[in-house]
Design a protein around this ligand. Structure first.
Ligand code: FES
Length: 180
């Protein structure tokens, strides 16, 4: 199947471009719009963005590889970001990261984001999540979880699986009092 930008996404991109004096100035916003729709920035998206904004593909690729918020591969339904900076490291975030990786069949020593084979979870070690006083901190998608323990991590993973119908039955959100 050929890659194409749907009409409504292109209209959104055109509206973004119109906000800037020069089309090329909209490149980061355009990439965000494409990532929001496709889940990642593929080589086709890089080519399309370059054509759209009058840039060379290498200019767009440089941005995509520079900024960590841009993904070059699809992520899992749940993106787990584990803080590895000092306060969280001292509070046990490396042990949490290793535990999560082992539970999901991932390699804790491998750099960069990794996605579980079922496509549910992408696990990533990240720098400070700006909540150092409540270390160790984990973000699950856009929700921040503070003072995490191994037990809470297990519950969070269960809750995520439940949301996808792949975990044990029951309302774990109510049971454990937090949302993934
Ligand atoms: S060190 Fe982990 S949130 Fe700042």
């Amino acid at each position: 199947m050929s890659w194409a930008v749907p009409k409504e996404v292109e209209e959104k991109v055109d509206a973004l471009v119109r906000r800037y004096p020069k089309p090329r100035s909209a490149v980061v916003m355009v990439l965000h719009a494409l990532q929001e729709h496709f889940g990642c920035i593929s080589p086709e998206a890089i080519e399309w963005t370059a054509r759209k904004l009058g840039l060379r593909p290498i200019n767009v690729l440089e941005l995509v590889t520079f900024y960590p918020m841009f993904r070059r591969e699809p992520f899992g339904k749940f993106h787990l970001r584990i803080c590895r900076t000092l306060s969280c490291a001292l509070a046990g975030s490396h042990q949490l990261h290793r535990h999560i990786c082992e539970k999901l069949g991932l390699d804790p020593a491998k750099p960069g984001p990794q996605t579980s084979t079922d496509g549910l979870f992408t696990v990533e070690f990240v720098e400070c999540l700006a909540s150092c006083g409540t270390a160790p901190v984990i973000m699950c998608n856009e929700t921040q979880h503070e003072q995490m323990t191994i037990e809470q991590v297990d519950k969070l993973l269960d809750q995520c699986r439940c949301k996808c119908g792949t975990g044990r039955e029951g309302n774990l959100a109510a049971e454990h009092g937090f949302e993934p």
